[in-house]
Ligand binder design. Sequence first.
Ligand code: PMP
Length: 439
Amino acid sequence: MAHSKLAEFGVKHIAKGIGRLTNEVLESGAGSYVTTTSGRRMLDFTCGIGVTNLGHCHPAVTKAVQHQATQLVHGQVNIAFHKPYLQLIESLLPMMPHKSLDTFFFWNSGSEAVEAAVKLARHATKKQNIIVMQGSYHGRTFATMNMTRSKTIYGEGFAPLMPGVFSVDFPYCAQCSIAKHSDFKYNYDNCCMDPVSKLELLLKRETSPSDTAAIFIEPVLGEGGYVPPPKAYLQKVREICDKNNILLVLDEVQSGFGRTGKYFATEHFDVRPDILVMAKGIANGFPLSGIVSRKELMDMQKTGSMGGTYGGNAISCAAGVAVAKAFQDEKVLENVNARGPELTGMLKECAKDPKTSKVIYDVRGLGLMLALECQPGQNYAARIQAKCLEKDMLILTTSIYDTIRFIPPLNISKEDMAKGIQIIKEAIDEVAGEGQRVY
Ligand code: PMP
């Protein structure tokens, strides 16, 4: 089919339920760039929402997958262990944020792994209810839809949704009246603890500790605006869980695997989860997700009650092993911590500059999980995103707040980062120059 007809064909034959940023059709990807069928090369600061974290078609990952495809493709979980599954666990163990996290199970997608965590939590505690955060994203499958509170459309028209889900506010420092006046220098360690009181109230009034199996938290809210909480908040939630025999489940589907400058975001907060949920960056684009917990908890599941046909398939596990090795070989975490401040430095300069400050409400994030929240009411984030697209660069907004999220490859070169920074700066300048619009 002629490349000029491809997008039209897609619009005709692909369900509308899939969103997209552009009508371009992607053909290939290498490192920080994707190339379309029309030959347009675009700098990718989305990584497929934090999936191709080591860049497109990372050579070592591709090589591992090619090799595995000649050895064993379907792993036969529930029939026998297979080698890449075991090698993956061996590679992941040293990356775990706490030594109690020593027992794994793998699936294909983040939502499946979240659902597995719900099953495990209910089974292990013999309690039903779960608590999620306002602004959360845990997936779009039947159970996870009701756990996702960042966009109402995810659950609209599908009722009845999974019962027993309660939600509570997540700390959001940018709107806190004290932090707001502190010139982007929040004291994340000693913040006001209003969300903790709300959680305590929820446990008193709506779902008692004796009915509550688990609290699910993204340690940095993803779709909900790339919001890191104060350190003290997560630590307080850990205490509440311990006191009430409630499990703490950290969903690190988006924040895990180096995105925040540590293997897992929870390391920034010194908090031990009971169950950690992983996906996306784990295999750089191959379908793989998993949960990890302590053995005595995981072993409460009846044999055969977990898993699915393709979960932890051999090719994805081989990709995961190559990803873990690349983190060491390429000093990926060091790169994240060097590149992140280059981007936030520019954004913070724009926040101070009288010409651009009117566009910017907040600059936040950890590592290369970074966000620019725009002043409300002017649709600035979508306008900056459109300008970047014109300049051959892909960036994403979040589901709530007028916020852009920056998700470049974790191993992005200094040159590609400089190029990205220049494009984003030009887009902010241009949008600021357009003045106010009436909506
Ligand atoms: N949890 C989080 C934090 C996510 O960001 C996502 C995906 N955006 C999911 C769960 C669901 O993952 P998947 O799309 O692979 O089902």
